[in-house]
Design a protein around this ligand. Structure first.
Ligand SMILES: *[C@@H]1O[C@H](CO)[C@@H](O)[C@H](O)[C@H]1NC(C)=O
Ligand SMILES: *[C@@H]1O[C@H](CO)[C@@H](O)[C@H](O)[C@H]1NC(C)=O
Length: 298
C-alpha cells in the first residue's frame, strides 16, 4: 500500500516536471551600428508549437513582432512586416533578424512560448547613436540629518556620464557582495539633458555601527557592457570617525538625559572628597593614638 502511494505521488509530479520548460535566448546584450544586420536566437526544450517574439520599448509597452505555430509557419504582425525576418528552424529553435537596425530599434527583445515560463530573459539591443562612454562611479556619505535622527544610514552611489545604458549596479561591504539586502537601485538609467549620456543611482542602507568604523569600506561596483564584454568600474568610501557631535548624540540616546550625566559627575566628585576627608581624619586618629602611647610610656 505504501509503494502504491509513492507511485501516486510520482504520477502527480510527472506532468509538472515535463512543464518545466527552459527558454534561452542569445545574446543577452548587443551594441550595434545602424544598418548592420542583427540576429537573436531563441531555444526552448519542450515540444511546444507556439513561439513568439516581442519587443519592449522605453515606455515599457510590450509589442508582438511575430509568431510561429510550427516549423516553417511564421507570421509577422502588421507594424513589423518590413525589416524583421523570423524563421522557425526546428520545433525548438526560433530566430529573429533585424535586417537594417535603426535607432528606433533600440529595445529589449523577448522570446516566448505558450507554455510556462513563457518568457526568455530578454536581449537588450542598442543601435548606437554616439560614441561609447564608460561610467564614473562615486559613493556619497550619509546625510548629517540622517546621522542625527536614525539608527541606520544610507550611502548613495551615483553612476554618471555613460553610454549606452547597459549597466548593473551592485554593492560590496569590506570586499564581500551584499546581494540585495538593503540595496535599492533605480529601475532604469536616466538620460542626461543633452541626450548623449545616462546616469543611475543606487542606495545602500546600513547600520550606524558599521558606518562609524574607519576600517570599514563600502564599494559600489558598476558592470558596463562595452559591446564585447562586461567591464567593471567602482567607487569606494571608508567609514567615518566618530565625531564629538555624534558621540554626544549617541551617548544621549543611550543614557536617559544629560542631567543624570552631570549629577553622576557631581556624586563622583563628592564621594572622592569624602574619601580624602575620611583618610585624613583616620591619619589624625592614628597619630593621636601613637602620641598618647608615647606620652603614657614616658
Ligand atoms: C511606446 O513606444 C513605442 C515606440 O516609441 C510606440 O510605438 C508605442 O505606441 C508606445 N506605447 C505606448 C503605450 O505609449
Ligand atoms: C571592452 O573591454 C575589453 C576588456 O576590458 C577591452 O579589451 C576592449 O577594448 C573594450 N572594448 C571597447 C569597445 O571599449
Amino acid at each position: 500500500r505504501g509503494n502504491f502511494c509513492i507511485f501516486c505521488i510520482l504520477l502527480l509530479l510527472l506532468p509538472s516536471l515535463s512543464h518545466a520548460v527552459s527558454i534561452s535566448q542569445t545574446p543577452r546584450d548587443a551594441l550595434q551600428k545602424a544598418g548592420s544586420p542583427f540576429e537573436i536566437t531563441c531555444e526552448h526544450d519542450s515540444n511546444n508549437d507556439y513561439m513568439f517574439w516581442y519587443r519592449q520599448d522605453q515606455n515599457w509597452s510590450l509589442r508582438l513582432i511575430a509568431y510561429s505555430y510550427g516549423v516553417g509557419f511564421e507570421e509577422n504582425e502588421k507594424d513589423f512586416e518590413a525589416g524583421y525576418k523570423v524563421k522557425r528552424h526546428s520545433i525548438t529553435l526560433f530566430t529573429l533578424e533585424i535586417e537594417r537596425p535603426e535607432e528606433r530599434d533600440t529595445a529589449v527583445y523577448f522570446c516566448a512560448t505558450s507554455l510556462a515560463p513563457y518568457f526568455g530573459k530578454g536581449t537588450k539591443l542598442t543601435v548606437l547613436e554616439h560614441d561609447l562612454k564608460t561610467p564614473t562611479v562615486k559613493v556619497l556619505p550619509p546625510s548629517p540629518q540622517q546621522i542625527c535622527n536614525k539608527a541606520t544610514v544610507t550611502l548613495v552611489c551615483v553612476v554618471t556620464n555613460f553610454y549606452p545604458d547597459h549597466v548593473e549596479v551592485n554593492w560590496k561591504f569590506n570586499g564581500v557582495d551584499v546581494g540585495t539586502v538593503g540595496v535599492s537601485t533605480d529601475d532604469r538609467a536616466l538620460q542626461a539633458p543633452d541626450g548623449k549620456t545616462y546616469s543611475i543611482t543606487s542606495r545602500f542602507l546600513t547600520t550606524k555601527k558599521r558606518w562609524f568604523n574607519t576600517k570599514n569600506t563600502f564599494t559600489c561596483v558598476t558592470k558596463f557592457y562595452n559591446g564585447t564584454r562586461d567591464e567593471f568600474f567602482q567607487g569606494s568610501i571608508n567609514g567615518d570617525k566618530v565625531s564629538l557631535m555624534v558621540s554626544l548624540s549617541l551617548s544621549l540616546s543611550l543614557s536617559p538625559s544629560l542631567e543624570t550625566v552631570k549629577q553622576d559627575a557631581l556624586w563622583a566628585k563628592l564621594s572622592y572628597g569624602i574619601l580624602i576627608a575620611k583618610s585624613f581624619f583616620y591619619g589624625l586618629f592614628v597619630f593621636a593614638v601613637v602620641w598618647k602611647l608615647r606620652v603614657s610610656l614616658a
